[in-house]
Design a protein around this ligand. Sequence first.
Ligand code: SF4
Length: 117
Amino acid sequence: MKKELTCIVCPVGCRLTVTLGENGTVESVTGNTCPRGKQYAIDECTHPVRTVTTTARTSKGGVIAVKTDRPIPKELMMECMRVINRTTVTLPARIGDVVIANLLGTDANVVVTANMD
Ligand code: SF4
């Protein structure tokens, strides 16, 4: 079975073709112009992850930009958004402040990505 992907590691956006074995293992990757694309394709087919970038409510009203400090399993993204949506960031906040530690047991933290007083 072949699977078509667009590599999202860099802005070039190479079109990748992944050949999967019957048990879902990656047999080959073509179309990548660097090794990072091959690794992206393998990860995407075996254990897809995403960095979550969004906003969270603040203690003074309005919202502040936040993100996970490392990618989390793609299947946890909706639950991650529910947790972030229930969270209020106490102001003042500085870039890198941890808002949620060890999000859903993933070892990823949700951190602030903007300064706000
Ligand atoms: S394969 Fe390499 S060059 Fe192509 S989009 Fe991915 S990271 Fe960029």
